[in-house]
Ligand binder design. Structure first.
Ligand SMILES: CC/C=C\C=C\CC(=O)SCCNC(=O)CCNC(=O)[C@H](O)C(C)(C)COP(=O)(O)OP(=O)(O)OC[C@H]1O[C@@H](n2cnc3c(N)ncnc32)[C@H](O)[C@@H]1OP(=O)(O)O
Length: 694
């Protein structure tokens, strides 16, 4: 509900986290109170910045809570305490600061607003008035009457085009030594025009004419009069009395009802009920995503014991999730079953069984028989052929991939995999369901690995080839982390688990009993192959979950990665076995080989029509692999480096490693260079001529 962290060593940064608009629910107020207490009592903290997550400061009191009794700390004393504090507090306003959100900003000693921020008191549209000192403070700040832009009025201290939070932190550092008394808005005197009574009477007449019988605007005028004529402590008392009258009026109830009714009416949806087949880690996460947005879920497992384990895990996740969001857990939306026959009436099914085509086909055949003809059938496969699954059903046009990423209830990315027979309506429904679940949905074509995993392969391959040639996991990770990734490729692989890739390689005949015995060493299917990842897995090292992978961890599930002498040893033995002379590898080579191979595959994907635009690929990598946002995504990064340079370097590396096809520059890259290197937004024009699967 609010994150607390120390930045620049002495600024306490409080980030409100209550999506979608960071409304000040009881849980948010509680978190603000706790964070402020922490900040004011910590001698290290010299200033405080309050901001909101996801580009929104605060949309005001949580209107959903108006129907029940007041819970959590009341807003007025909380805000008074912030204003009275002895450390400067700066509001960093992006998006909206409305109602109680604006009131929160007004008790801060300084306000930094983004140029597109919207500040105001829309309470009157809900039949109430700003009752946490808003009417009293705003008028003390800007006087009566006032109408102009915020900066001119002195509502905000700085308007910025940059990230308001970063600007506010710098501002806060500069504000530390300055006196606070004059920054407490409640201590100011309201500037009034000499003809105040006449002005307020005229406004009252106008309001009565424009909105006959409506109470809230008239109460607002009375609050303005109080701000103009009374000391703050009396004014706020009057504001509270007016609010009490309005709050319990039928008008307020009606207006608040209208607010939600308007939004509910716009939420026509095809999907009211869904089923999730398979309650492993992914299935559980997906089930929680569905229930969070009010969709009833039938959760299916194949065995009683698995069903019971799944049930308990889902309930635990729902309860933790609900607690974090300050809502009650939607357990009543769930039904757990062993029988697919229970799915006969659901609107949509998401299959999340093992990555085994034969098993998935059996499930889809069965679903075809039990589900009503209009039910959408979705698979969460991470790379198998969606069309092959569609082919075993009686409704191939209603089959689509919904590829979530682990942990599904946290990761934002959703690849909607469009098979050649998926209908536009099916794709649109899956995309809008993704949006409803708060995902960033991207439509992709049906090719092995789809977009994210298909591109990941050359990226990881390059990293492992670099290991063979002399680098260490630490060196490669450091180079990628210096580039901006939160985690390098090996730390990330340890987090995700190494066994999945191992199983996929076995199934593709790259390792295990299916390998062609005639294959030359370190070559598979005619191309270079690094055996080190398989050797790590053969030792039972699957990453963090087993306490060891590319790194060692202090325990199973530990996150503190330490270089492992065992891996160092394995690399040395491997190199000497295959006669590889290790060489010094520069960070530049690491970054170029990994990232240019990644982008090169992206060009291939665009060329094959498996992604509609370079922007789609970049979004997939921003939200599905933590690509550093300030680099824009792999395709944008390639364009920033310069396509000509990317092409030259790929040619150079491919010449040095001719048995690595991923380093061979893609024809689209060559085309773009040949046609004058258009900006990334224009690449589409050159892709249009090719075959699109989307
Ligand atoms: C002692 C008493 C002390 C203090 C009293 C304070 C009074 C208040 O603060 S009352 C609240 C004042 N704020 C508002 O009136 C803002 C209302 N919201 C809006 O105007 C808009 O939602 C918006 C913030 C401008 C965003 O608009 P838009 O981007 O078009 O999205 P919407 O579809 O309107 O909203 C998205 C989503 O957010 C929910 N929501 C918005 N504001 C609130 C809120 N204050 N409380 C709870 N929920 C809010 C809205 O219902 C939508 O939810 P869905 O579930 O997605 O429909």
């Amino acid at each position: 509900m609010a994150r607390y962290e120390l930045v620049k060593r002495s600024v306490a940064l409080i980030t409100l986290t209550n999506p979608p608009v960071n409304a000040s629910s009881s849980a948010v107020r509680h978190a603000i109170a706790k964070s402020m207490k922490c900040a004011l009592s910590d001698p290290e903290v010299t200033a405080v910045v309050i901001c909101g997550e996801n580009g929104s400061f605060c949309g005001g009191a949580d209107i959903r809570e108006f129907a029940g009794p007041l819970k959590g700390p009341p807003l007025v004393p909380l805000l008074d305490a912030i204003e009275a504090g002895e450390k400067p507090v700066v509001a960093a306003i992006e998006g909206v600061a409305l109602g109680g959100g604006f009131e929160l900003a007004l008790v801060c000693h300084y306000r930094i607003a983004h140029s597109k921020a919207r500040l105001g008191f829309p309470e009157v549209t809900l039949g109430i008035l700003p009752a946490a000192g808003g009417t009293q403070r705003l008028l003390r700040l800007i006087g009566i009457p006032a109408a102009a832009i915020s900066l001119k009025l002195g509502i905000v201290d700085q308007v910025t085009e940059q990230n308001a939070c970063e600007v506010a932190v710098e501002f806060a550092l500069r504000a530390v030594a300055k006196p606070l008394l004059s920054r407490r808005v409640s201590m100011l005197t309201t500037r009034c025009p000499p003809d105040l009574d006449a002005l307020l009477d005229a406004v009252t007449m106008q309001v009565k004419k424009k909105a006959p019988g409506v109470m809230a605007p008239l109460a607002c005028i009375q609050a303005v009069r109080a701000a103009a004529t009374m000391p703050y402590y009396k004014g706020i008392k009057r504001e509270g009395e007016l609010m009490a009258t309005l709050f319990n009026s039928g008008q307020a109830w009606a207006l608040q009802y209208c607010f939600f009714a308007q939004r509910t009416a716009g939420k026509w949806t095809l999907i009211r009920s869904a089923a999730v087949i398979g309650l492993g880690t992914m299935g559980r996460g997906i089930a929680v995503c569905l229930a969070r947005v009010g969709i009833s879920v039938i959760a299916v497992e194949s065995e009683k014991k698995l069903l019971e384990t799944g049930r308990q895990m889902v309930i635990g996740m729902l309860e933790r999730d609900a607690k974090r969001r300050g809502v009650s857990a939607s357990l009543n939306l769930f039904k757990f079953t062993l029988s697919l026959h229970d799915l006969k009436d659901v609107d949509l099914v998401i299959e999340v069984v093992f990555e085994d085509m034969a098993l998935k086909k059996r499930v889809f055949q069965e679903l075809s028989k039990v589900c009503r003809p209009a039910t959408l059938l979705c698979t969460n496969t991470s790379g198998l052929d969606v069309d092959a699954l569609a082919g075993v059903t009686d409704r191939p046009h209603l089959v689509v991939g919904m590829h979530f990423f682990s942990p599904a209830h946290v990761m934002k990315l959703l690849e909607v995999v469009c098979g050649p027979r998926s209908s536009s309506e099916t794709i649109a429904t899956a995309m809008s369901l993704g949006k409803r679940m708060g995902k960033v949905s991207v439509a992709v074509g049906n090719c092995p690995g789809f977009v994210r995993n298909r591109m990941l392969k050359p990226y990881i391959d390059q990293a492992t080839f670099l290991l063979e040639e002399g680098a260490t996991p630490e060196q490669i990770d450091k180079a990628l982390e210096d580039f901006g990734f939160a985690m390098g490729v090996f730390r990330m692989s340890d987090l995700a688990g190494l066994d999945v890739g191992w199983r996929v390689r076995k199934e593709s005949g790259l390792n295990g009993s299916d390998v062609d015995p005639e294959s030359p060493p370190r070559r598979r299917q005619g191309r270079r192959y690094c055996l080190i990842p398989d050797m790590v897995c053969e030792q039972g090292r699957f990453g963090q979950k087993t306490g060891g992978g590319w790194y060692m961890y202090d325990k199973r599930g530990g996150t503190n990665a330490k270089p492992d002498p065992l891996i160092q040893n394995l690399l040395e033995t491997y190199r000497s076995k295959y006669g590889i002379q290790p060489r010094n590898i520069s960070n530049q080579e690491i970054v170029e080989r990994c990232l240019f191979a990644l982008a090169n595959e992206g060009f291939g994907i665009l060329e094959d029509g498996m992604a509609a635009r370079p922007e789609d690929i970049d979004v997939i990598y921003l939200f599905g692999y933590g690509f550093p946002r300030h680099r824009g995504g792999p395709m944008f990064y390639a364009s920033m480096v310069g396509l000509e340079r990317v092409l030259k370097r790929l040619e150079h590396y491919h010449q040095a490693h001719p048995d690595v096809p991923h380093l061979k520059p893609s024809p689209l890259l060559k085309t773009l260079v040949a046609c004058g290197i258009p900006p990334v937004q224009k690449w589409r024009e050159h892709i249009k001529t090719m075959h699109s699967h989307l």
